[in-house]
Design a protein around this ligand. Structure first.
Ligand code: ADP
Ligand code: MG
Length: 274
């Protein structure tokens, strides 16, 4: 602690203030401890400086991830590490870990998670979204009904161009729960525009409990649905999860009444439910 002792208290405080004015507030926070460590470990001047810079950088990167996560509007942090693959044998873990390497994002490809409720579609979408935040990508999470409401309101107040931009601009757009409610014609149209503008330019992750054959009804127009699916599926990975609901995992064992629709549909390889 010799260095600190040489400096007067007032000088040291002034020095910390200077670090803060240089936006090196983390460095100011860890300086005392790092000085002590450097003296104890007999670090060279360069190693000491490198240590301080690393601490500041780590802090900034963590903060940037936090900010990107907040802006993404993702409702929770989910990770692949916390996903129990043994519970969902229809899922190929290797394929999911490959997606987590984010090549699909660099190549502007899409990912669709299809399957009945509770099988982990949203969990996996969020896990990929979080990885994307960590890797520096801008992510936006929405549900189809949330997006429909926003686009509907935007049309009413004439801000639809900026609303469209909201969904076109991020590196990764996650649309959760495609298919719970049918959407109005103008919303379906905006949806097509978003998909068309992102085509080969930015990735989309979609989760849905509907088969592709239901999209016509969901978007109120089979031709439009065809055009949307054509673009979405051209460069895409479709992951169909056909298994038990994780939400109901304990109930089925005890035989308690189930409160949620259990998976009754069967998903074929092409992603169709039968
Ligand atoms: P879906 O979107 O398919 O309806 P969710 O992803 O919302 O299902 O999953 C429901 C809940 O169960 C979430 O809290 C999720 O984190 C958890 N979950 C689902 N599958 C798994 C799994 N295999 N391992 C760990 N947690 C899971
Ligand atoms: Mg879900």
């Amino acid at each position: 602690m010799g260095v600190v002792k040489i400096m007067l208290d007032a000088e040291y405080r002034e020095f910390l203030a200077k670090l803060k004015s240089l936006r090196l507030s983390r460095l100011a926070e860890v300086l005392d401890a790092e000085l002590k460590r450097a003296v104890e470990a007999n670090l060279s001047y360069l190693d000491f400086l490198r240590c301080l810079v690393d601490r500041e950088l780590e802090h900034r990167q963590a903060k940037a991830v936090q900010t990107r996560f907040k802006k993404s509007r993702m409702p929770a942090v989910k990770t692949l590490e916390s996903f129990d693959f043994s519970f969902q044998p229809s899922l190929n873990p290797q394929k999911i870990w490959e997606l987590a390497e984010l090549r699909f994002l660099r190549q502007h490809e899409n990912v669709l998670f299809l399957g009945p409720p509770g099988v982990g579609k949203t969990h996996l979408a969020l896990a990929l979204g979080f990885k994307a935040c960590q890797a520096g990508y801008k992510v936006l999470f929405t549900t189809l009904s949330e997006m429909a409401a926003a686009l509907h309101a935007a049309r009413a107040d004439g801000s639809h161009m900026s609303a469209l931009k909201t969904y076109v601009a991020p590196d990764l757009l996650i649309i959760d729960e495609m298919g719970y409610l049918p959407v109005e014609a103008h919303v379906a149209n905006y949806f097509f525009q978003i998909v068309a503008r992102r085509y080969e330019r930015g990735s989309i992750i979609i989760t849905s409990n509907k088969s592709f054959s239901d999209w016509g009804q969901m978007l109120g127009d089979p031709v439009l649905a065809g055009a949307v699916l054509d673009r979405l599926l051209h460069h895409s990975t479709v992951i169909t999860i056909n298994g038990p609901s994780y939400r109901l995992r304990n109930r089925s064992k005890t035989g308690e009444p189930k409160t949620e629709t259990s998976p009754s549909s069967v998903v074929t390889k092409s992603g169709e439910f039968t």
